[in-house]
Design a protein around this ligand. Sequence first.
Ligand SMILES: [Zn+2]
Length: 269
Amino acid sequence: MIDFHFHAPIREFLDYLGEYAEPAIKYFNAKVEIKGLKEVLDYYESLGIKRFVVLPIDSTTFLGRRIPNEVVKLDDRIVKFVSVDPLKQNAVDELKKLIKEIEPVGVKFHPQLQGFHPLDERALKLYDVIDNSGLLAVFHTGTSGIGAGVRSNIRLDYGRPIYFDEIAVRYQNMRIVLAHFGWPWTEEAIAIALHKPNVYLDLSGWAPKYIPQSIWNNAKRLSDKLLFGSDFPLIRPERWISEFSNINIDREIKDKILKYNAEKLINNV
Ligand SMILES: [Zn+2]
């Protein structure tokens, strides 16, 4: 299996969340223990997860914090993604440099926590680089447990899936993963994934028993487009996998979701 949405190391992730950490943990009703990266990956490898998409995040301008890109170099089991704050002056150069140095398979964006509209000119310049390099882009979409119930200037609008329909048209080499299937605009996200060959959905951030039925109803039509991701440490992979085993869809589709779709995306085939 490949976990397509993983936040590690835990300490760095919690530091990044800062004042939003406590409310987010409450929102997810999660138990988060601080453990070392190797210990965490060893444990999940023993449960059959061989690779982990670890997502750094650079919110230097909006939050004044980041999870540095270097974390993806800490373990060979990590599928490397990088993050650049689109609002930074030198963002394009920084991204080009990171692509050379780290050789990531993709770039992670969190428009709500990086404070940009997905169609912001400054972000488009980064999509251009990604498109030219044939890389993946993972975008947080839908609501956010981060900032839930707290006064903030986080805008849920930046997580609307519909903007990625336009982006998928403009950047046809960029393969786009809409993380968390855009709830409460899940049907919007499903429509885009069905319509655009370069748009995928990750099923992270939700325990499978709470994932909207519309996803499972469309699982056959979306069988090449759905990806297993947990959102560790907010949702634990073992819980995700065990609840997923009770979902009533074909074994073949399940195997694609747990492994083969991610493999294809990572290997660009
Ligand atoms: Zn996440």
